[in-house]
Write a protein that binds this ligand. Sequence first.
Ligand code: FAD
Length: 485
Amino acid sequence: MASAAPIILWFREDLRLADNPALSWAAGTGRLVICLYIRETGSGAPRAHGGASNWWLDKSLKALGDSLEALGGRLVLRTGEAGEVIRGIARESGADAVVWNRRYGQPERDADAALKDRLKALGLDCRSFNGRLLVEPWELKTGAGGWYRVFTPFWKALQANYSCPAYLPPPKRLETVKVQSEELGGWGLHPTRPDWSSGLAESWTPGEAGAAARLDAFLDGPVDGYSSNRNRPDLADSTSALSPHLRFGEISPVTIWRRTTALAEAGRINEASARVFLSEIAWREFSYTLLYFNPDLATENYNPSFDAMPWQKNADALRAWQRGMTGYPIVDAGMRQLWHTGWMHNRVRMIVASFLTKHLLLPWQAGEAWFWDTLVDADPASNPASWQWTAGSGADAAPYFRVFNPITQGQKFDETGEYVRRWCPELAKVPLKFLHAPFEADGATLARAGVDLGVTYPKPIIDHSTGRERALGAYQSLKEKQASS
Ligand code: FAD
């Protein structure tokens, strides 16, 4: 006879009801479901969220809890070592099955495997699903049977092999048993003293409904211009801004793939732009492959020859970069957008990351850590993979000699100047010709624009050519060391 005992559904990085394989399986049994989120402690816990992500998590859990209540269920919140929490709830409730969607960091994988063994030994049924990726890291293999280290063949293989599963609708009802829960407010995820989150609140609607609205809005127009506009931070909606929703699993990449391809096949959106958009989703997948096969991606150079890189130590320069006070407007605009909204446009992320690791010759780990704390989409795979890509130490990385020129990058991609004017308002009146290099303007022009360099806006903390030459010299020294070793 089928069991009538409750099932524990452990929500992790999948804070949604639709296209959620673990939830769909649990609800499909018709049994009572205990929906659980654990604030994990112990060695198997994932990398602790930074401040901006904690802000997001707070709102996302609230939204998920509300959605579950509307179905007759409830989100149970607990703190502790996951295995202990789950065994405790199973004892209290008589649950005899536990389900979750998989994660890909090494500590979480090890902890999950150990937990599965422990639960099975106690007689509990334990199942896990793919609820986070299109393809799991071990699924796509090169001709030689290995994993892809280069993006383009990975993307080709993904397109050739991926077939999108059928839609998994949210359950219509979700009955549960009463189990004690902690209070979300007691977790202190929302910042206080000071509460710096007003810019985040203005910019985002965390939760599954917010994610769905973003996707709808993007597919209803902006996607058509994606291939030509996606590098333009000065244009509204040039990208989807789905990243924090994906990070917290409020939307599945499967949903995005299915909706986008269906619209493209029906001729309702531009096919070429849709492909480019999906190729960016594939960069996220590729990053997860890198994390899976390189568990130390956030701390260790993927390319070990970078261990000999002569990185500088310069707390003042790091602080100027973090605060958006480098004297290069496109860099400063990006860092201030990040501070205010918890997000930064991809093109600008590349520019600020290049500036930190090349012009300032500061270690990519310092930038990765700052982004981890301040991004609402701070992702354990995409953040380190992208930092290493920019620094040159990563897989399929930007070549070491590509040192972005922050002046010409600004002129090219913030062509209207709207982006810099918005985030560096003290430069708003500088004519476009000098907006991306105010230090090249004559005194009268600056005076007319109300800019007093070094007073109202910083002078460049490093001269572009000097920084560029020093970076090239450092990379050259690496190559020489490599050649002689
Ligand atoms: P869109 O252009 O609309 O793309 C759709 C989705 O594809 C994104 O939401 C994201 O999930 C994925 N995606 C797009 N570009 C990339 C990329 N290069 N690598 C991986 N996935 C991508 N992205 C994160 O999600 N979290 C991070 O912590 C993160 N850190 C980054 C750090 C640096 C230094 C750089 C250069 C990039 C980083 N990215 C990160 C990648 C990228 O900048 C963001 O995913 C993108 O800007 C999010 O905006 P969007 O949702 O509008 O993207």
